[in-house]
Design a binder for this molecule. Structure first.
Ligand SMILES: C[S@@+](CC[C@H](N)C(=O)[O-])C[C@H]1O[C@@H](n2cnc3c(N)ncnc32)[C@H](O)[C@@H]1O
Ligand code: SF4
Ligand code: SF4
Length: 359
Protein backbone atom coordinates (compact mmCIF):
# COMPACT_ATOMS: atom_id res chain seq x y z
CA UNK A 1 0.00 0.00 0.00
CA UNK A 2 1.47 3.40 -0.93
CA UNK A 3 1.90 6.22 1.59
CA UNK A 4 -1.00 8.27 0.16
CA UNK A 5 -3.43 5.35 0.51
CA UNK A 6 -2.23 4.69 4.05
CA UNK A 7 -2.74 8.34 4.99
CA UNK A 8 -6.20 8.38 3.39
CA UNK A 9 -7.16 5.23 5.29
CA UNK A 10 -5.90 6.74 8.51
CA UNK A 11 -7.91 9.91 7.92
CA UNK A 12 -11.01 7.97 6.94
CA UNK A 13 -10.85 5.88 10.08
CA UNK A 14 -11.29 8.96 12.23
CA UNK A 15 -14.14 10.57 10.26
CA UNK A 16 -17.87 10.33 10.75
CA UNK A 17 -17.98 8.10 7.66
CA UNK A 18 -15.82 5.62 9.53
CA UNK A 19 -18.29 5.66 12.41
CA UNK A 20 -21.10 4.83 10.00
CA UNK A 21 -19.02 2.04 8.49
CA UNK A 22 -18.22 0.65 11.94
CA UNK A 23 -21.87 0.77 12.92
CA UNK A 24 -22.92 -1.41 9.96
CA UNK A 25 -19.91 -3.69 10.19
CA UNK A 26 -19.82 -4.29 13.95
CA UNK A 27 -22.72 -2.88 15.96
CA UNK A 28 -25.63 -3.80 13.69
CA UNK A 29 -24.94 -7.55 13.84
CA UNK A 30 -25.19 -7.26 17.63
CA UNK A 31 -28.75 -5.92 17.60
CA UNK A 32 -31.29 -7.78 19.68
CA UNK A 33 -32.98 -9.85 16.98
CA UNK A 34 -29.69 -10.93 15.53
CA UNK A 35 -28.46 -11.84 18.99
CA UNK A 36 -31.49 -14.05 19.60
CA UNK A 37 -31.03 -15.80 16.25
CA UNK A 38 -27.42 -16.52 17.11
CA UNK A 39 -28.41 -17.92 20.50
CA UNK A 40 -30.83 -20.24 18.74
CA UNK A 41 -28.17 -21.38 16.29
CA UNK A 42 -26.04 -22.19 19.28
CA UNK A 43 -28.73 -24.62 20.43
CA UNK A 44 -30.06 -22.38 23.22
CA UNK A 45 -33.53 -21.84 21.77
CA UNK A 46 -35.30 -21.82 25.15
CA UNK A 47 -33.03 -19.07 26.46
CA UNK A 48 -33.54 -17.02 23.29
CA UNK A 49 -37.32 -17.38 23.28
CA UNK A 50 -37.73 -16.66 26.99
CA UNK A 51 -35.47 -13.60 26.82
CA UNK A 52 -37.98 -10.97 25.59
CA UNK A 53 -40.63 -12.23 28.03
CA UNK A 54 -38.23 -12.25 30.96
CA UNK A 55 -36.86 -8.86 30.06
CA UNK A 56 -40.36 -7.40 29.91
CA UNK A 57 -41.36 -9.05 33.20
CA UNK A 58 -38.24 -7.81 34.96
CA UNK A 59 -39.03 -4.28 33.74
CA UNK A 60 -42.67 -4.52 34.86
CA UNK A 61 -41.69 -5.96 38.24
CA UNK A 62 -38.84 -3.50 38.61
CA UNK A 63 -36.02 -6.04 38.92
CA UNK A 64 -32.38 -5.82 37.92
CA UNK A 65 -31.66 -7.02 34.42
CA UNK A 66 -28.13 -8.04 35.26
CA UNK A 67 -26.25 -9.20 38.34
CA UNK A 68 -22.47 -9.42 38.71
CA UNK A 69 -21.16 -12.50 40.45
CA UNK A 70 -17.65 -12.37 41.86
CA UNK A 71 -16.20 -15.76 40.96
CA UNK A 72 -12.61 -15.15 42.01
CA UNK A 73 -10.94 -12.64 44.30
CA UNK A 74 -7.36 -13.40 43.32
CA UNK A 75 -5.33 -12.50 40.29
CA UNK A 76 -2.13 -13.65 38.64
CA UNK A 77 -1.28 -10.10 37.48
CA UNK A 78 -0.46 -6.91 39.33
CA UNK A 79 -1.76 -4.05 37.20
CA UNK A 80 -0.57 -1.00 39.15
CA UNK A 81 -3.89 0.81 39.25
CA UNK A 82 -6.10 -2.17 39.93
CA UNK A 83 -7.08 -2.33 43.55
CA UNK A 84 -9.25 -5.39 43.45
CA UNK A 85 -6.87 -8.25 44.26
CA UNK A 86 -7.26 -8.91 47.99
CA UNK A 87 -3.66 -8.23 48.89
CA UNK A 88 -4.07 -4.53 48.19
CA UNK A 89 -7.79 -3.82 48.24
CA UNK A 90 -9.36 -2.64 51.45
CA UNK A 91 -12.27 -4.85 52.44
CA UNK A 92 -11.81 -7.40 49.67
CA UNK A 93 -12.95 -10.83 50.66
CA UNK A 94 -10.26 -13.30 51.58
CA UNK A 95 -12.31 -16.12 50.09
CA UNK A 96 -10.36 -17.01 46.97
CA UNK A 97 -13.22 -18.29 44.90
CA UNK A 98 -16.93 -18.87 45.05
CA UNK A 99 -17.77 -22.57 45.53
CA UNK A 100 -19.44 -24.25 42.57
CA UNK A 101 -22.31 -25.35 44.82
CA UNK A 102 -22.80 -21.78 46.06
CA UNK A 103 -22.77 -20.50 42.49
CA UNK A 104 -25.46 -23.02 41.53
CA UNK A 105 -27.61 -21.91 44.46
CA UNK A 106 -27.29 -18.27 43.38
CA UNK A 107 -28.06 -19.13 39.75
CA UNK A 108 -31.14 -21.13 40.82
CA UNK A 109 -32.35 -18.23 42.93
CA UNK A 110 -31.90 -15.68 40.13
CA UNK A 111 -33.19 -17.76 37.23
CA UNK A 112 -36.37 -16.31 35.77
CA UNK A 113 -35.83 -13.00 37.59
CA UNK A 114 -32.74 -11.63 35.89
CA UNK A 115 -31.73 -12.25 32.29
CA UNK A 116 -27.98 -11.55 32.41
CA UNK A 117 -25.15 -12.67 34.67
CA UNK A 118 -21.72 -11.07 34.60
CA UNK A 119 -19.19 -13.63 35.73
CA UNK A 120 -16.57 -11.12 36.82
CA UNK A 121 -15.79 -8.60 39.48
CA UNK A 122 -12.52 -8.71 41.33
CA UNK A 123 -9.60 -10.82 40.17
CA UNK A 124 -9.32 -12.95 37.06
CA UNK A 125 -12.45 -15.08 36.50
CA UNK A 126 -10.70 -17.61 34.28
CA UNK A 127 -8.59 -18.65 37.28
CA UNK A 128 -11.67 -20.24 38.83
CA UNK A 129 -10.96 -24.00 38.95
CA UNK A 130 -14.58 -24.74 37.94
CA UNK A 131 -14.99 -21.98 35.33
CA UNK A 132 -16.05 -24.52 32.71
CA UNK A 133 -18.66 -26.12 35.01
CA UNK A 134 -20.02 -22.71 36.02
CA UNK A 135 -20.52 -21.70 32.40
CA UNK A 136 -22.01 -25.09 31.60
CA UNK A 137 -24.53 -24.72 34.44
CA UNK A 138 -25.58 -21.18 33.61
CA UNK A 139 -25.30 -20.88 29.84
CA UNK A 140 -28.82 -21.99 28.94
CA UNK A 141 -30.42 -19.97 31.75
CA UNK A 142 -28.78 -16.55 31.39
CA UNK A 143 -26.99 -14.35 28.91
CA UNK A 144 -23.45 -14.60 30.23
CA UNK A 145 -20.64 -12.07 30.08
CA UNK A 146 -17.14 -11.96 31.46
CA UNK A 147 -13.95 -9.93 31.31
CA UNK A 148 -10.54 -11.55 31.19
CA UNK A 149 -6.87 -10.64 31.10
CA UNK A 150 -6.42 -13.48 28.60
CA UNK A 151 -3.52 -15.13 30.41
CA UNK A 152 -5.15 -18.49 31.20
CA UNK A 153 -7.01 -20.10 28.32
CA UNK A 154 -6.53 -23.80 28.95
CA UNK A 155 -8.25 -26.79 30.53
CA UNK A 156 -11.54 -26.41 28.68
CA UNK A 157 -11.75 -22.65 29.18
CA UNK A 158 -11.51 -21.86 25.48
CA UNK A 159 -14.45 -24.16 24.76
CA UNK A 160 -16.42 -22.68 27.68
CA UNK A 161 -15.84 -19.16 26.31
CA UNK A 162 -16.84 -20.06 22.77
CA UNK A 163 -19.79 -22.36 23.61
CA UNK A 164 -21.22 -20.58 26.62
CA UNK A 165 -20.22 -16.94 27.00
CA UNK A 166 -22.32 -14.42 25.06
CA UNK A 167 -20.26 -11.28 25.72
CA UNK A 168 -16.54 -11.53 26.20
CA UNK A 169 -14.16 -8.66 26.93
CA UNK A 170 -10.42 -8.99 26.76
CA UNK A 171 -8.41 -6.30 28.50
CA UNK A 172 -5.53 -5.45 26.19
CA UNK A 173 -3.95 -2.17 27.25
CA UNK A 174 -1.33 -1.50 24.63
CA UNK A 175 -0.43 -2.22 21.04
CA UNK A 176 3.26 -2.68 21.69
CA UNK A 177 4.83 -5.30 23.92
CA UNK A 178 6.54 -2.55 25.87
CA UNK A 179 3.49 -0.48 26.80
CA UNK A 180 1.31 -3.55 27.36
CA UNK A 181 3.73 -5.24 29.75
CA UNK A 182 4.44 -1.98 31.56
CA UNK A 183 0.85 -1.83 32.81
CA UNK A 184 -0.15 -5.52 32.77
CA UNK A 185 2.52 -6.51 35.24
CA UNK A 186 3.16 -10.26 35.14
CA UNK A 187 1.63 -10.85 31.70
CA UNK A 188 3.52 -11.88 28.60
CA UNK A 189 2.38 -9.93 25.54
CA UNK A 190 3.08 -12.70 23.02
CA UNK A 191 1.37 -15.39 24.98
CA UNK A 192 -1.74 -13.28 25.75
CA UNK A 193 -1.98 -12.24 22.10
CA UNK A 194 -1.77 -15.90 21.09
CA UNK A 195 -4.54 -16.76 23.58
CA UNK A 196 -6.82 -13.97 22.36
CA UNK A 197 -6.17 -15.03 18.76
CA UNK A 198 -7.01 -18.63 19.64
CA UNK A 199 -10.40 -17.56 21.01
CA UNK A 200 -11.13 -15.34 17.99
CA UNK A 201 -10.22 -18.17 15.64
CA UNK A 202 -12.33 -20.70 17.56
CA UNK A 203 -15.26 -18.28 17.41
CA UNK A 204 -14.82 -17.91 13.66
CA UNK A 205 -14.62 -21.67 13.21
CA UNK A 206 -17.85 -22.15 15.18
CA UNK A 207 -19.42 -19.72 12.67
CA UNK A 208 -22.26 -18.52 14.92
CA UNK A 209 -20.95 -15.07 15.73
CA UNK A 210 -20.75 -15.70 19.48
CA UNK A 211 -19.33 -14.67 21.82
CA UNK A 212 -19.53 -10.98 20.95
CA UNK A 213 -15.90 -9.96 21.50
CA UNK A 214 -14.79 -6.58 22.80
CA UNK A 215 -11.24 -5.44 23.30
CA UNK A 216 -10.85 -2.84 26.04
CA UNK A 217 -7.86 -0.59 26.22
CA UNK A 218 -7.21 1.28 29.46
CA UNK A 219 -5.57 4.53 28.40
CA UNK A 220 -2.48 5.54 30.36
CA UNK A 221 0.43 7.89 29.76
CA UNK A 222 2.59 5.08 28.32
CA UNK A 223 0.09 3.75 25.77
CA UNK A 224 -1.99 6.80 24.83
CA UNK A 225 -0.20 7.25 21.49
CA UNK A 226 -1.13 3.71 20.48
CA UNK A 227 -4.89 3.92 20.96
CA UNK A 228 -5.86 4.74 17.37
CA UNK A 229 -3.55 2.15 15.85
CA UNK A 230 -4.84 -0.39 18.32
CA UNK A 231 -8.41 0.48 17.40
CA UNK A 232 -7.62 -0.02 13.70
CA UNK A 233 -5.78 -3.24 14.38
CA UNK A 234 -8.52 -4.85 16.46
CA UNK A 235 -11.46 -3.63 14.41
CA UNK A 236 -9.71 -4.92 11.32
CA UNK A 237 -9.85 -8.42 12.76
CA UNK A 238 -12.82 -10.54 11.74
CA UNK A 239 -14.44 -11.87 14.87
CA UNK A 240 -13.76 -8.77 16.98
CA UNK A 241 -16.96 -6.74 17.40
CA UNK A 242 -15.94 -3.75 19.48
CA UNK A 243 -12.94 -1.81 20.68
CA UNK A 244 -13.30 0.54 23.64
CA UNK A 245 -10.72 2.85 25.08
CA UNK A 246 -11.39 3.37 28.78
CA UNK A 247 -10.34 6.04 31.25
CA UNK A 248 -8.19 4.87 34.10
CA UNK A 249 -9.37 5.28 37.68
CA UNK A 250 -6.70 5.94 40.28
CA UNK A 251 -8.73 4.04 42.88
CA UNK A 252 -6.72 5.56 45.71
CA UNK A 253 -9.69 5.26 48.07
CA UNK A 254 -9.73 1.50 47.61
CA UNK A 255 -6.07 0.75 48.27
CA UNK A 256 -4.74 -0.68 51.47
CA UNK A 257 -1.08 -0.14 50.53
CA UNK A 258 0.56 3.22 51.15
CA UNK A 259 0.36 4.40 47.53
CA UNK A 260 -1.12 7.86 47.28
CA UNK A 261 -2.33 9.96 44.40
CA UNK A 262 1.09 11.51 43.75
CA UNK A 263 2.64 8.01 43.40
CA UNK A 264 0.11 7.03 40.76
CA UNK A 265 -0.60 10.20 38.87
CA UNK A 266 2.19 9.55 36.36
CA UNK A 267 -0.10 6.88 34.85
CA UNK A 268 -2.75 9.39 33.85
CA UNK A 269 -2.63 10.23 30.14
CA UNK A 270 -1.23 13.64 29.27
CA UNK A 271 -2.81 14.21 25.86
CA UNK A 272 -5.82 11.94 25.67
CA UNK A 273 -9.26 13.24 26.60
CA UNK A 274 -9.96 9.81 28.00
CA UNK A 275 -9.65 10.80 31.63
CA UNK A 276 -11.83 10.99 34.71
CA UNK A 277 -9.63 13.63 36.33
CA UNK A 278 -9.17 17.34 36.24
CA UNK A 279 -5.62 18.59 36.65
CA UNK A 280 -4.49 21.68 38.46
CA UNK A 281 -1.04 22.07 36.90
CA UNK A 282 -0.05 24.94 39.22
CA UNK A 283 -0.94 23.08 42.39
CA UNK A 284 0.27 19.77 40.93
CA UNK A 285 -2.98 18.04 41.95
CA UNK A 286 -5.71 16.04 40.24
CA UNK A 287 -9.29 15.54 41.27
CA UNK A 288 -12.22 13.52 40.00
CA UNK A 289 -14.34 15.42 37.48
CA UNK A 290 -17.71 16.15 39.03
CA UNK A 291 -20.48 14.28 37.24
CA UNK A 292 -24.00 15.70 37.16
CA UNK A 293 -26.02 13.15 35.23
CA UNK A 294 -27.69 10.48 37.36
CA UNK A 295 -25.63 7.33 37.82
CA UNK A 296 -27.07 4.04 36.59
CA UNK A 297 -24.33 1.67 37.70
CA UNK A 298 -26.16 0.69 40.90
CA UNK A 299 -28.84 -0.88 38.68
CA UNK A 300 -26.41 -3.82 38.51
CA UNK A 301 -25.83 -5.26 41.97
CA UNK A 302 -22.72 -7.26 42.74
CA UNK A 303 -22.59 -10.48 44.75
CA UNK A 304 -19.15 -10.52 46.34
CA UNK A 305 -17.33 -13.81 47.00
CA UNK A 306 -18.33 -13.76 50.68
CA UNK A 307 -21.99 -13.34 49.72
CA UNK A 308 -22.23 -9.62 50.52
CA UNK A 309 -24.49 -7.75 48.11
CA UNK A 310 -22.72 -4.56 46.98
CA UNK A 311 -24.56 -1.47 45.80
CA UNK A 312 -22.38 -1.23 42.68
CA UNK A 313 -19.04 -2.39 41.33
CA UNK A 314 -17.34 0.65 42.85
CA UNK A 315 -18.36 -0.11 46.41
CA UNK A 316 -15.87 -2.93 46.86
CA UNK A 317 -15.50 -2.07 50.54
CA UNK A 318 -19.23 -2.51 51.08
CA UNK A 319 -19.74 0.91 52.60
CA UNK A 320 -23.47 0.75 51.80
CA UNK A 321 -24.90 -2.29 53.56
CA UNK A 322 -27.61 -4.16 51.69
CA UNK A 323 -27.55 -7.81 52.75
CA UNK A 324 -25.87 -11.16 52.22
CA UNK A 325 -26.95 -13.73 49.66
CA UNK A 326 -26.36 -16.53 52.20
CA UNK A 327 -29.28 -15.35 54.29
CA UNK A 328 -31.15 -12.86 52.09
CA UNK A 329 -33.01 -13.23 48.82
CA UNK A 330 -31.65 -10.66 46.37
CA UNK A 331 -34.83 -10.35 44.34
CA UNK A 332 -36.96 -9.81 47.48
CA UNK A 333 -34.43 -7.30 48.83
CA UNK A 334 -34.41 -5.42 45.51
CA UNK A 335 -38.14 -4.80 45.89
CA UNK A 336 -37.82 -3.47 49.45
CA UNK A 337 -38.19 0.19 50.31
CA UNK A 338 -34.76 0.22 51.90
CA UNK A 339 -33.03 -0.98 48.73
CA UNK A 340 -35.12 1.34 46.53
CA UNK A 341 -33.95 4.26 48.68
CA UNK A 342 -30.33 3.11 48.36
CA UNK A 343 -30.65 3.02 44.57
CA UNK A 344 -32.17 6.46 44.59
CA UNK A 345 -29.30 7.88 46.67
CA UNK A 346 -26.78 6.12 44.44
CA UNK A 347 -28.45 7.49 41.31
CA UNK A 348 -28.16 10.97 42.81
CA UNK A 349 -24.51 10.34 43.78
CA UNK A 350 -25.19 11.07 47.43
CA UNK A 351 -22.92 8.53 49.15
CA UNK A 352 -19.36 9.47 50.14
CA UNK A 353 -18.04 6.74 47.78
CA UNK A 354 -19.91 8.46 44.92
CA UNK A 355 -17.77 11.58 45.40
CA UNK A 356 -14.56 9.73 44.64
CA UNK A 357 -15.55 6.79 42.42
CA UNK A 358 -15.07 8.64 39.14
CA UNK A 359 -18.16 7.14 37.45
C1 LIG B 1 -10.97 -5.60 37.51
S1 LIG B 1 -10.79 -6.31 35.93
C2 LIG B 1 -11.21 -7.99 36.21
C3 LIG B 1 -11.11 -8.84 34.95
C4 LIG B 1 -9.71 -9.19 34.50
N1 LIG B 1 -8.82 -9.49 35.53
C5 LIG B 1 -9.17 -8.13 33.58
O1 LIG B 1 -8.20 -7.47 33.94
O2 LIG B 1 -9.71 -8.00 32.50
C6 LIG B 1 -12.20 -5.74 35.09
C7 LIG B 1 -11.95 -4.52 34.25
O3 LIG B 1 -11.55 -3.46 35.10
C8 LIG B 1 -10.59 -2.69 34.42
N2 LIG B 1 -9.79 -1.95 35.36
C9 LIG B 1 -8.87 -2.40 36.22
N3 LIG B 1 -8.29 -1.42 36.89
C10 LIG B 1 -8.88 -0.28 36.48
C11 LIG B 1 -8.72 1.09 36.79
N4 LIG B 1 -7.86 1.48 37.70
N5 LIG B 1 -9.50 1.99 36.16
C12 LIG B 1 -10.43 1.59 35.24
N6 LIG B 1 -10.62 0.31 34.89
C13 LIG B 1 -9.86 -0.62 35.50
C14 LIG B 1 -9.77 -3.72 33.67
O4 LIG B 1 -9.10 -3.14 32.58
C15 LIG B 1 -10.84 -4.67 33.22
O5 LIG B 1 -11.33 -4.30 31.95
S1 SF4 C 1 -5.60 -8.57 35.53
FE1 SF4 C 1 -7.55 -7.61 36.08
S2 SF4 C 1 -7.91 -8.14 38.22
FE2 SF4 C 1 -5.81 -8.65 37.75
S3 SF4 C 1 -4.65 -6.93 38.47
FE3 SF4 C 1 -5.06 -6.58 36.29
S4 SF4 C 1 -7.00 -5.44 36.17
FE4 SF4 C 1 -6.77 -6.26 38.24
S1 SF4 D 1 -21.66 7.22 41.61
FE1 SF4 D 1 -22.12 6.00 43.46
S2 SF4 D 1 -23.61 4.48 42.73
FE2 SF4 D 1 -22.60 5.31 40.93
S3 SF4 D 1 -20.88 3.92 40.52
FE3 SF4 D 1 -20.12 5.58 41.81
S4 SF4 D 1 -20.29 4.78 43.90
FE4 SF4 D 1 -21.59 3.53 42.60
Amino acid sequence: MDAATTTLRKQLSTTALADVYRFFRYALPDFALNRLLRTMRRGQARKAMLYPVRLLMSKIRGRPRRVMVDLVSVCNLRCPMCSVPPDIAIGATQKKHLDLAEFKRIADELEGHVTDLSLVYSGEPLLHPSFKEIVEYAKTRFYLSTISNGTVIKGGRLEALVDGIDYLQFSFDGLSKESYEKYRVGANYDSVLANVNAVIEAKQRAGIGLPVITITFLVNSYNEDEVEDARRYWLGRRGVNYFFDKPINLNVHRRSDDKKEHDLVHWLPQKSKMTLYKRDEAAGTVEVEKKRAPCSIMQTPVIRGDGEILMCCHDLNNSVKIGNIEKDNLVALWGSEKYAAIRQRGANRQYPICKVCGK
